[in-house]
Design a protein around this ligand. Structure first.
Ligand code: CP
Ligand code: NVA
Length: 302
């Protein structure tokens, strides 16, 4: 696997291999013995803000023996109109890999094609694969296999995190339910591409009943700031609160990719009651990304 651009493009075997390596990196973090990035420098090119993703990649690269440089895309010449394919060809001659957070999925695909170096999607408008791999690892760490489970996504069903969940469902054989207003459901063509057991509904109680996992993300993703008032009104019924949690399985996990907006997609009490799981999710970004970095750096194929 040379790049990690989306869950859509990952095979089931690649996902399983990454999750297995994640467990190993987590268990043996203190030994810090595997250093597949020694002598390497990786570029982090971010066009949107980040706390978790940036820090976990910078720390992860260092723990694997490599160095990283952070480029805010607006400070780089990219922000003044230099083409992605030219930037990619320059960086491809200087660094060993790139971690990119941007808007269009096509931009990251273009970078991967022209740079010739391993490229990792650190969030685009379409997908957030590192997040969802970390979340699946968290679920399996707490509940064994995700296969056969019911995961209910509550909130903006057309978001990048929802889409990565969609593509994971078929590959890992779990049921995904998306509870959202009709306008914020995934597009039919995306559902068709993903396949699998997916239920999209505006009936929140029906989507939550008997679920093993309740998952949410912010209503207003980065880049959608102009839609705040409209989204807050239209998505208002689609939040996780104490009465919603009662409809799920008694031991249901409540998860949030963070950052959280209490009183919007989740209430304060529910967030704090499930903080252990939510911050385990955040920590697991580090371990899963070390596994991803090692995998793409080795360029191993199935
Ligand atoms: N969940 C996540 O990707 O967080 P950041 O935006 O802080 O990186
Ligand atoms: N859907 C959110 C995820 C943040 C980690 C966004 O794109 O802003």
């Amino acid at each position: 696997m040379k790049h990690l651009l989306s869950i859509e493009q990952l095979s089931r075997d690649e996902i399983v291999r990454i999750l297995r390596a994640t467990a190993d990196y987590k268990k043996n973090r203190e030994k810090n013995s595997k250093k597949p990035l020694v002598g390497q420098t990786w570029a982090l090119i971010f066009s949107k803000p980040s706390t978790r993703t940036r820090v976990s990649f910078e720390v992860g690269i260092r723990e694997l023996g490599g160095n990283s440089i952070y480029l805010n895309a607006t400070d780089a010449q990219l922000g003044r109109g230099e083409l992605i394919k030219d930037t990619a060809r320059v960086l491809g001659r200087m660094v060993h890999g790139a971690v990119i957070r941007t808007y269009a999925q096509a931009d990251i695909e273009e970078f991967a094609e022209f740079s010739g170096i391993p490229t990792i999607n650190a969030l685009t408008d379409d997908e957030h694969p590192c997040q969802i791999l970390g979340d699946i690892f968290t679920i399996e760490e707490k509940r064994k296999s995700i296969a056969g489970r019911v995961v209910t996504f509550v909130g903006d069903g057309a978001s990048n995190t929802a889409r990565s969940w969609l593509f994971a469902a078929n590959k890992l054989d779990f049921e995904l339910r998306i509870a959202s207003a009709p306008k914020y459901q995934p597009k039919a063509k995306v559902l068709k591409r993903a396949g699998g057991r997916v239920i999209c509904t505006d009936d929140l109680p029906a989507a939550v009943r008997g679920a093993d996992v309740l998952y949410t993300d912010i209503w207003v993703s980065m880049g959608r700031e102009g839609e705040e008032a409209r989204r807050e009104a239209e998505l208002a019924p689609y939040w996780i609160n104490e009465s919603v949690v009662k409809l799920a399985k008694p031991d249901a996990l409540v998860m949030h990719c963070l950052p959280a907006h209490r009183g919007q997609e989740i209430d304060e009490k529910t967030f704090e009651a499930h903080a252990q799981t939510i911050f385990d999710q955040a920590e697991n970004r580090l371990h899963v990304q070390k596994a991803i970095l090692a995998e793409v750096a080795s360029g191993k194929s199935n």
